[in-house]
Structure formats: structure tokens, C-alpha cells
Design a protein around this ligand. Structure first.
Ligand code: HEM
Length: 288
């Protein structure tokens, strides 16, 4: 193991060739007297693992099958998130206490660290999903130029608009984060749950009222934007869920009808669930 040898046998020098003169050498090519050996071996192990991970990711990234696999696996995580988020959001129909209990639970999971772990994982998933799909689309376009006839014959409408629906969903998520998570340009941050305060004497955020106000009739255009975004999400999932099965090798002649039914059923369930929230608030079914 060349790294290990250089850790143990390199003489004490003022600068390190491998690190091009950083002092003190940050990657342990030099033996430094003040560093305990336990942290050296832990850091060396970390470097070896990171190196293996980078090489593994690189080999996936350099083949189109590998990129498709990245899209499928990150897609599974994102679909699971969307379903989980929908089920949680439907608690809005159960009333203020149920919804605020749910929001409080999410924000205080693992003493508040849970939500940050979740955010970092989601960011990595979304980043990898977008980077791989954009790269695959560019590869496909470049490959198509070689053919005289460039018309798409078999692909469905939702499959042809995947990149467009995907980027619109990204724009929606950015808006949505500013709306309900960052709470930019509104006063939702100052909302305090009055029922909880009366019951326990403790203050907690009134997420339920935030959603009700966010989709109130005065902000009908916000609801309209949500409905449009959810429709594009539904179209994206209709094709995306089927593609996951295909990439993972589960699509056969026999299974393809079932896979199509599952993709359509799941997408429509997600669409109806999300759309029902702004619509129910707009028509005054909840929140009054
Ligand atoms: C009517 C539909 C939706 C409603 C009512 C809704 C509601 C909410 C609320 C209230 C929050 C903030 C939770 C809090 O901080 O207390 C939130 C966060 C979030 N929502 Fe949604 N959501 C909807 C649709 C979606 C969709 C379709 C997606 C993804 C495609 C999505 C992705 C997210 C993300 C990523 C967060 C940030 C979680 C965090 O890190 O705090 N939401 N949503």
C-alpha cells in the first residue's frame, strides 16, 4: 500500500512533494510528530475508502448504463420521499393538532439533526438525478445527429417531455422551499399554534395555519401554480416509474401491462392527493 509506506517511512521535511508544498502536509504524506498514529490510520482509511468510492462512481458515470442506474436508484428515493411527503401532508385534513404534531415531529427528529441528515441526502439525490439525466440527454442528442432521420417514432408524450417536466418540478421545488421552508417574503415564521399554547403553555410553530394561508382564496395564483406543477410531476412519474422497472431489468412482455398500470395508478394517486390540499382550502372545505 504506497500510502501506508509513505506515512511510516517518509523523513520529516519542511514540505511535501505530493501535497505540493502545503505545510503542515494535510494528507499525511509526511510524518508529523504532533499527530497521534491512531488519527493517521483513521485518516488513511478514510482516504482509501473515498478513493474506492470515487473510482466506483467514476466507473458508473463513464457508462450510459451506469448513469441510467444512478437515475433509477435516485428516482426510487425521490418517489419514496414524494409518497411520504404526501401521506404526511394529508394530515392537514385531520386538523391543526394532527398536522402540527407531524411538523413538530419532523423538525425534532434526532434532536433536530434528523431533518438536516434528510436534507443533505435529498440534495445529493436530486443533484445526482439531474446531473445524470442531463448528461444522458446530451449523449442521446449527440448520437442522434449521426442519423439522417431524427424523428421520434415510438416514445410517448410524457417520455419526450421528461427533461422539461423535470426542470419545471425543480423550479417548483425551489419556489416551494422559499414558500414554506425558508418562508421568504411572508410572516408564516411568526405563527404560533394557539391550541397548543393554551393546552401546554408552550409555543410551537403553526404549520397548519401556514398551509391554510398559503393556499387561501386571496392567493389563488399560488394554488394554480401548485396544480400545474403537480400535473407535470404526475406526467414525469408516469414515465419515470416505468423506466425504473425497465432499467432494473423487471420489464418483460408479461409484466409490462402491470408496470404501466402501477405507474399510472401511483402517479394519479400522487396527483390527486397533492391537488386535493389547495383545492380543499380554496373551496373552504378546510381552514374555516
Ligand atoms: C399541495 C402540495 C404540497 C404541500 C401542501 C406541501 C407542504 C409542505 C410544507 C408545509 C413544508 C414545510 C414543512 C415545515 O418546514 O414545517 C414542505 C416542505 C417541503 N416540501 Fe412540500 N408540499 C407539497 C408538495 C410538495 C412536492 C410535490 C414536493 C416535491 C416534488 C415537495 C417537496 C418538499 C421539500 C423538498 C420540502 C423541504 C423539507 C425540508 O427540508 O424542510 N412538496 N412541504
Amino acid at each position: 500500500m504506497p500510502l501506508q509506506r509513505s506515512v511510516n517511512s517518509a523523513p520529516l521535511r519542511k514540505s511535501c512533494h505530493s501535497c505540493q508544498g502545503f505545510r503542515p502536509c494535510p494528507t499525511l504524506h509526511l510524518k508529523t510528530p504532533d499527530r497521534p498514529s491512531i488519527s493517521r490510520s483513521a485518516a488513511a482509511t478514510f482516504l482509501i475508502v473515498m478513493n474506492a468510492l470515487t473510482r466506483c462512481l467514476d466507473s458508473y458515470w463513464s457508462s450510459s448504463i451506469g448513469k441510467k442506474l444512478i437515475v433509477a436508484l435516485t428516482g426510487i428515493v425521490l418517489v419514496l420521499f414524494v409518497v411520504g411527503h404526501l401521506v404526511g401532508n394529508l394530515a392537514v385534513f385531520a386538523g391543526r393538532e394532527a398536522f402540527n404534531d407531524y411538523a413538530y415531529f419532523l423538525h425534532h427528529l434526532l434532536h433536530g439533526a434528523g431533518i438536516w441528515v434528510f436534507r443533505i441526502v435529498m440534495l445529493a439525490m436530486v443533484g445526482a438525478h439531474i446531473a445524470a439525466t442531463v448528461s444522458l440527454t446530451r449523449q442521446n442528442r449527440a448520437a442522434r445527429k449521426a442519423y439522417e432521420c431524427q424523428t421520434t417514432i415510438q416514445a410517448s408524450k410524457s417520455s419526450r417531455t421528461m427533461i422539461l417536466s423535470g426542470l419545471t418540478i425543480l423550479a417548483f421545488v425551489i419556489y416551494h422551499l422559499l414558500h414554506f421552508t425558508v418562508r421568504a417574503g411572508n410572516t408564516y415564521d411568526s405563527y404560533v399554534d394557539p391550541e397548543h399554547l393554551a393546552k401546554t403553555g408552550l409555543e410551537r410553530h403553526d404549520a397548519w395555519k401556514m398551509v391554510i394561508d398559503g393556499f387561501s382564496p386571496g392567493c389563488w395564483y399560488v394554488s394554480l401554480f401548485y396544480v400545474i406543477a403537480m400535473t407535470l410531476l404526475c406526467s414525469h412519474l408516469m414515465h419515470g416509474v416505468g423506466s425504473i422497472f425497465q432499467t432494473l431489468g423487471f420489464r418483460s412482455k408479461k409484466a409490462s401491462t402491470l408496470i404501466r398500470q402501477v405507474s399510472i395508478g401511483l402517479s394519479l394517486f400522487i396527483w390527486a392527493g397533492f391537488v386535493s390540499i389547495p383545492v380543499a382550502i380554496l373551496i373552504g372545505w378546510i381552514g374555516n
